[in-house]
Design a protein around this ligand. Structure first.
Ligand code: ZN
Length: 340
């Protein structure tokens, strides 16, 4: 096999300059029941890789019996693309965390769309899963376990939820025993079950401990890095060996509230969580290439306000009726009508 046919991976130095790029090799597909060692599971695979001899060799080396390829995206043409379809700087991309928090990780289309836009969560480990065949030392396919993706997304979501639970408790919210137990069941039991036996451990202490532990174990792939600006001055930065580390660093920045960095917010209209540096931003952002004046949530919220004003001024509904119909708290409705 000539080296031309090898799937060329980024050079080794890429590992150490991860900060600069996440490389996306879209389109991705899901290959079902791929066997890695003893475990058989579903994988996200960069589609061009499935069409290579290396992938066939990989399958036979891993004693797989004809995996099913799930193509959730329409890309009929045989794709021999080996060049990245996109590169970006994960530490600077605000949309990743928002997408992760709002994705259903078990949904095939949503997760493939995530891979097509952001690439694998742990590109380096997915590369090293494949033993390159001798002559073709640069051969590296890209595949990532679907279970790994699902578990990673769930872990991120539950930790962010935990942060909001703590905020609610600080604001006076009280959770019943049953509610506490139901919430804790979403977390990795190894984190909270031993503590649960200490009867007097407060719920918020358990949540705090889970957040601290999960954050620190996920930040291990991140390290401080002296960056250089264009004038040759050093400034503090971070590198990560994988995308997941960059995502966890964003969460770390959010929960530790580093001055000047983003804070977590909940959209006033739909309640989705997002990160923002602006104190004025009240609605979830619209991450698109085309700049929008008002996001869909902002538009829907103001339409709702207008409807409420029309109902009230036309004498069609009382404030309580409006609040109930629109499913908003009465004080908020009063604020719209300037009645407080
Ligand atoms: Zn929203």
């Amino acid at each position: 096999m000539s080296s031309k046919n090898c799937i060329t991976a980024p050079s080794r130095s890429f590992t150490f300059s991860y900060k600069a790029h996440q490389i996306v090799h879209a389109p991705y597909i899901i290959v079902e029941n791929l066997r890695m060692g003893k475990i058989q599971e579903d994988y996200f695979v960069a589609q061009w890789y499935t069409e290579t001899d290396e992938f066939q060799k990989f399958l036979s080396n891993n004693q797989n019996q004809q995996p099913a390829l799930v193509k959730s995206i329409s890309n009929p043409s045989k794709n021999t693309l080996q060049m990245p379809t996109r590169t970006y700087v994960p530490f600077e991309d605000e949309s990743i965390l928002f997408k992760i928090l709002n994705i259903d990780p078990r949904n095939t289309d949503e997760s493939i769309a995530f891979y097509n836009e952001y690439g694998p969560l742990d590109q380096m480990s997915s590369l090293s899963n494949i033993t390159p065949t001798n002559r073709c030392s640069n051969m590296e396919g890209i595949l990532e376990s679907r279970n790994f993706f699902i578990n990673s997304v769930i872990e991120i979501k539950t930790i962010v939820d935990g942060f909001f639970i703590l905020e609610d408790i600080k604001a006076g919210a009280i959770f019943t025993e049953t509610e506490q137990f139901e919430l804790l069941e979403h977390y990795n039991p190894s984190y909270w079950q031993p503590r649960r036996e200490y009867l007097n451990t407060r719920f918020e202490d358990i949540i705090q401990m889970i957040i601290v532990r999960t954050l620190s174990s996920n930040l291990k792939s991140v390290s401080p890095f002296a960056e250089l600006d264009k004038d040759g001055n050093f400034y503090p930065g971070y590198i990560s060996t994988n995308l997941l580390g960059a995502i966890w660093l964003q969460i770390y920045n959010l929960v530790t509230r580093i001055p000047g960095k983003q804070v977590f917010k909940e959209c006033l209209f739909c309640g989705k969580k997002f990160a923002s540096t602006s104190s004025r931003q009240k609605f979830c952002p619209e991450y698109s290439d085309i700049p929008v004046k008002n996001t869909p949530c902002a538009n829907r919220y103001s339409a709702m306000q207008n409807r409420a004003r029309k109902w009230y001024r036309g004498g069609l509904k009382t404030i309580d009726e409006i609040a109930e119909q629109l499913n908003r708290p009465v004080p908020e409705v009063k604020l719209w009508l300037k009645l407080d």
